[in-house]
Design a binder for this molecule. Structure first.
Ligand code: 5GP
Ligand code: ZN
Length: 137
C-alpha cells in the first residue's frame, strides 16, 4: 500500500521513533509545531479515525497518554495538545490514523483555537441535531 506511515511502521522509510510495541509506534513529526511534536500510529492501516475499530481506538489513546507523559517530561513542557485530524476539512493529509502530541509551554505564544459565540437558539438547535445523530450512529 502506498502509505507513508505504513512504510514507517515497516522501516521502509526512516523516522525518528520514540516508542514501539507490538501494535503501535510513535515517532517525531517531520514538520513539528514545536520540538518534540510526536505522532502515535497503529501498525495496522486505518485511513481515518472514524473507521478505526473501537478496540484499537481504546488502546491507541492508552499508548498516546503514556507517550505524551514522556514527551511532556522530556521537553519540560507545562502541558500538551493531543488531537486527531479526522478528514480533509479538519486538516488530515496522511490517510493513516494518527494522534498528534504537541508539547506546550505557557510562553510559546501559540493560539490554536479561534473561538466564536452562539447566536439566539443556535446552540439548542445544533445540540438537538447532535443528540439525534448519536442515537442512530
Ligand atoms: P495530519 O495533518 O494528517 O493530521 O498530520 C500528518 C502529519 O504527518 C503532519 O504534521 C506532517 O508533518 C507529518 N508527516 C508527513 N509526512 C511525514 C513523514 O514522512 N515523516 C514524518 N515523521 N512525519 C510526516
Ligand atoms: Zn498506512
Amino acid at each position: 500500500m502506498d502509505c507513508i506511515f505504513c512504510k514507517i511502521v515497516t522501516n521502509t522509510i526512516q523516522a525518528v521513533k520514540v516508542y514501539e510495541d507490538a501494535e503501535f509506534v510513535a515517532f517525531l513529526d517531520i514538520h513539528p509545531v514545536r520540538p518534540g511534536h510526536t505522532l502515535v500510529v497503529p501498525k495496522v492501516h486505518y485511513a481515518r479515525f472514524d473507521v478505526t475499530p473501537p478496540e484499537v481506538v481504546a488502546k491507541l489513546w492508552q499508548v498516546a497518554q503514556k507517550v505524551a507523559a514522556g514527551v511532556s517530561r522530556a521537553t519540560q513542557a507545562d502541558g500538551y495538545n493531543i488531537s486527531i485530524n479526522n478528514g480533509r476539512a479538519a486538516g488530515q493529509v496522511i490517510w493513516h490514523t494518527h494522534v498528534h502530541i504537541i508539547p506546550r509551554v505557557s510562553s510559546d505564544g501559540l493560539d490554536l483555537w479561534p473561538q466564536s459565540e452562539y447566536q439566539g437558539s443556535e446552540a439548542e438547535r445544533v445540540a438537538q441535531a447532535i443528540r439525534q445523530a448519536i442515537k442512530i450512529s
